[in-house]
Design a protein around this ligand. Structure first.
Ligand SMILES: [Zn+2]
Length: 515
């Protein structure tokens, strides 16, 4: 399809003077960065060298103090928002005289647990630069001056998820200062220390600092860029909720020859329960489940169809002859509610297999929620569905009396759920950010209506009430949450340019409200 048709359908317009303005800023930022790549990498490495796993509170606190100091060095009014025994959030404020808009830039400094044995080099907190030679990634020395290969990657826990945006933001401030430019929006920074443990104690921080955290919009700088390595703006995230479930069989394991065909087998009952919830095409079969679900808007569908095609390459890589729902697009599928079977357990297999009927079978699920669905309503619908299918539902270990009274007994344990968030593509913040990126890139930035995964966005939206857009800078193949997490240097360089544009150009693109 001709490119301009797509561009026009997204309301993309190049305003020449602005574009020139943005290009000159971007090229100034680029020239500035090219002259000091080793220094930028050194500051990044120093931050990555501070361990950031949940169990290590002292190190998390060191991260927070170091980041506050990094902000302060840039003239940002920075401090820690303490949270008792839990990791603090780092807060920073940079007022811009005359600015009428305020945006908050969010990132998190904590990371997923590590098993050093699994990592190449065995030291996830010894940041290491590597270059790809053949199939291998080989250690290279960071030079003290001059340019670096932008395909080099810096390896360490937190490199991609999610310390890179912090480094990109502070360097954007440096680059602007060097270019004699000031941000044209009021900037607030909020760097969380508990994202990877589900933002378990974020609520009191947000509640206590509601006034401080007021803004026109939040930019959640987390997660990876598009698989095509192009920049994307993501307008929401799905909510998530976990469910553990136990189905009961006989009180003691039974010989399958002597008792098979007589004693109910909990594994078979569980299989029946699972297929009653969801079919092989991902359709959730719970009655009224889709009543809450708002269909994608024409603008969202157009945005999805304008994304570079990556599905067939992904299928090749994953050895999938086909995908659910007749090979529908991944980006469309993640706009729908999801029900995933995380795992199941019943008896034993292979060497441990016994000719027996087990006493119970277990399954674990995660639900992915879309806007308008609430965890409470999902729970209500699923339980009503199970009851309608003849299940006796309990939330505690089933008693002897319950097992004697009901043929099919299931115990449900629901985890705390989070709602989805999604802003529309024509909200002021959406328009301001996409226009800023379109201008910087000289072509439309990719627009992803939602990410499939979940972020703590709904907690922020509920307590603070500001619209929230996700703006990722990390490479999609950054191995986040896994061993050998890394950041591709070009992604950091692009991130610096993007934040410099956001800080100076978003205000100009913010739709004016006519009174
Ligand atoms: Zn993250």
């Amino acid at each position: 399809m001709p490119h301009f048709v797509r561009a026009r359908s997204l309301g993309f317009a190049l305003l020449l003077p602005c574009a020139l303005h943005a290009q000159s800023l971007t090229s100034q930022v680029r020239t500035w960065r090219e002259a000091r790549e080793p220094q930028i990498v050194r500051e990044f490495s120093d931050l990555l060298a501070i361990p950031n796993v949940k169990s290590d509170t002292a190190s998390l606190n060191r991260n927070a103090r170091e980041i506050a100091a990094m902000l302060a060095r840039r003239g940002v009014n920075a401090r820690l928002l303490e949270n008792g025994e839990w990791p603090p959030a780092v807060y920073g404020e940079l007022k811009s005289p005359g600015a009428t808009r305020t945006i908050v830039l969010y990132a998190h400094y904590d990371g997923q647990p590590v098993d050093p044995k699994e990592w190449q080099g065995g030291a996830p907190f010894t940041p290491t630069m590597r270059e790809k030679r053949g199939a291998a990634w080989v250690d290279v020395t960071v030079p003290t001056s001059g340019r670096m290969n932008p395909e080099w990657r810096l390896y360490a826990r937190g490199a991609g998820d999610d310390k890179a945006p912090i480094i990109a933001m502070v360097n954007a401030l440096d680059a602007l200062k060097a270019a004699g430019k000031r941000p044209t929006v009021n900037l607030k920074f909020f760097f969380e220390g508990e994202e990877e443990s589900g933002s378990a104690h974020i609520e009191p921080i947000l509640e206590r600092n509601k006034a401080l955290l007021q803004a026109d919009a939040w930019l959640f700088c987390d997660s990876p860029m598009h698989q095509s390595r192009q920049m994307q703006v993501v307008f929401g995230a799905r909510g998530a909720m976990g469910l553990e479930l136990t189905v009961y069989g006989p009180a003691r394991a039974l010989h399958s020859g002597h008792y098979g065909n007589w004693a109910p087998n909990p594994g078979i009952l569980l299989a029946e329960l699972i297929t009653s919830l969801r079919d092989a095409d991902g359709r959730i079969l719970v009655k009224n489940y889709y009543d809450d679900v708002v269909p994608p808007t024409p603008a969202e569908l157009a945005a999805v169809r304008a994304l570079p095609p990556t599905d067939s390459a992904l299928r090749q890589e994953l050895l999938l002859a086909g995908t659910e729902a007749n090979d529908a697009l991944l980006a469309e599928r993640i706009m729908l509610p999801g029900l995933n079977l995380r795992g199941m357990r019943d008896g034993q297999v292979e060497g441990l297999a016994a000719n027996a009927i087990a006493t119970e079978a277990k399954a674990s699920f995660d639900f992915r929620l879309v806007p308008k669905q609430t965890p409470a309503h999902v729970q209500e619908l699923v339980e009503a569905h199970l009851k309608a299918n003849g299940w006796y539902v309990t939330h505690a270990a089933a008693t002897e009396a319950e097992r004697l009274a009901h043929r099919k007994v299931v115990r449900l344990t629901w985890a705390r759920g989070d709602e989805a968030t999604r802003v529309s593509l024509d909200q002021p913040v959406s328009q301001a950010l996409t226009a800023t990126m379109d201008e910087m890139l000289g072509k439309p930035v990719l627009r992803l209506p939602t990410m499939g995964g979940s972020l703590p966005t709904s907690t922020f939206e509920r307590i603070l009430g500001a619209p929230l857009v996700v703006f990722p800078i990390a490479n999609h193949d950054d191995a986040q949450h896994a061993k050998d997490e890394n950041l591709r240097l070009q992604n950091l360089w692009d991130g610096i340019e993007a934040f410099a544009s956001i800080m100076t150009r978003m205000d100009a693109h913010w739709p004016k409200v006519t009174p």
